[in-house]
Design a protein around this ligand. Structure first.
Ligand SMILES: Nc1ncnc2c1ncn2[C@@H]1O[C@H](COP(=O)(O)OP(=O)(O)O)[C@@H](O)[C@H]1O
Ligand SMILES: [Mg+2]
Length: 360
């Protein structure tokens, strides 16, 4: 996958921008708060339909304006393609693929693929479970549009169930309807998570051995709400049973305490939970291994190599780890940002300067 051109209108601190990119390594240099992360965010929005760093779409619209637009012209195995995302303060997001407006957001999934890596990702192991779920959901959604669809349907049913739980006397038949919908979606979500994490574990084990020069063994496991049931219908059945079991306490708390929205990825180093027992340095190294594995896994699972977005991560890594990172992104078009104060400049196919929402 190769971006040919990025265009922005009123996106964050950009008023208008049209920028052509090189196939290999594109380097963006600029001081803080000039618009480097904003540019990578805009590209990522074309992959996932939303930002990697914020929930509210409107935040991305330039202050004082009502709409923002991001457009990408890119090339994949099918040839030249286009994607355009328009975000409005007072209206629904509009997404066009090859100039045709799409009806549902999941149609965008898998059209354009990107992996983003920012300094915050280095706390992936230390963070709460929500961050690790986001980590797997972002890539799985892009690679498997049906996963995204299942997630959306699960989230919808969960919202409805939670709303009912807040009523004084909710109708049990209504609860049951949403629980069935959740169970059906959860069975699909879980089966994708199982295979994603098991392959991630294989890759992360190998990569981590290299990253820490064989000093540690890394293990990545799926902490699923239902253990050891692979079959879809048996899973759904067990899920429903558990839901019913949790009803009483859920009603008391007014929230759904059981389900795939509570799951986690367990990371351990030498057999001990990295989150609880590893040092800060070990946690960051393990997070790097996970990120590198993610890049490798996405390369493996999509026929189109995703575009890699590296935001300010070079300064966070020593020379050896930088080399491993460059190894992992070989052959992919890459957009890298840095401030120039890193004391190290990668060999770029093209370097750009970012200053106050303009790129030269
Ligand atoms: N919606 C917005 N409208 C206008 N400017 C914005 C908006 N959101 C962020 N900014 C500005 O963008 C700048 C930060 O850009 P960013 O890409 O994060 O910087 P960096 O180059 O350090 O990565 C800040 O000056 C911030 O005020
Ligand atoms: Mg930044």
């Amino acid at each position: 996958m190769r971006i040919k051109n990025v265009s922005l209108v009123n996106f964050r601190n950009y008023s208008t921008l049209s920028l052509s990119l090189e196939d290999g390594l594109n380097l963006f240099v600029g001081e803080n708060a000039q618009g480097k992360t904003n540019l990578l965010e805009a590209v990522f929005v074309c992959a996932l339909g939303r930002s990697h760093r914020t929930k509210g779409d409107a935040e991305m619209i330039r202050h004082g304006y009502d709409t923002a637009k991001v457009g990408l012209k890119f090339k994949d195995r099918l040839g030249n393609r286009e994607i355009e995302v328009e975000i409005a303060r007072h209206a629904k997001k509009r997404i066009k693929i090859d100039e045709k407006l799409i009806a549902r957001s999941v149609e965008q999934m898998g059209v354009f693929n990107a992996v983003i890596f920012s300094p915050e990702d280095l706390s992936l192991v230390k963070d709460g479970p929500g961050e690790r779920r986001r980590f797997m959901d972002m890539e799985l959604s892009q690679m498997r549009p049906l996963y995204c669809k299942a997630l959306q349907s699960y989230a919808r049913a969960l919202r409805q169930r939670n709303a009912l739980l807040k009523l004084r006397e909710p109708r049990l038949d209504m609860l049951s309807i949403w629980e069935h919908q959740m169970a059906e979606a959860a069975a699909k979500i879980a089966s994708w998570r199982v295979s994603f994490i098991s392959r991630l574990n294989e890759l992360a084990g190998e990569i981590h051995a290299r990253v820490c020069r064989n000093k540690e063994t890394l293990l990545v496991e799926y902490d699923s709400c239902i253990k050891e049931i692979a079959d879809g219908s048996a899973y759904a059945e067990e899920f429903l049973k558990q839901m019913k079991k949790h009803r009483e306490s859920d009603l008391r708390r007014g929230i759904t305490t059981f389900g795939v929205h509570r799951e986690d990825i367990n990371v351990s180093i030498n057999g001990r939970s990295a989150r609880l027992f590893a040092s800060q340095g070990q946690q960051r190294t393990a997070a790097l291994s996970l990120k590198l594995s993610e890049i490798a896994l996405v390369n493996e699972l999509t026929n189109n190599k995703p575009v890699v977005l590296l935001d300010d991560v070079l300064s966070e890594l020593d020379e050896y780890r930088r080399e491993l990172l460059f190894d992992a992104i070989q052959g992919a078009q890459t957009l890298i940002t840095c401030t120039g104060a890193e004391g190290f400049m990668p060999k770029a196919d093209r370097a750009y300067t970012v200053r106050d929402g303009r790129i030269e």
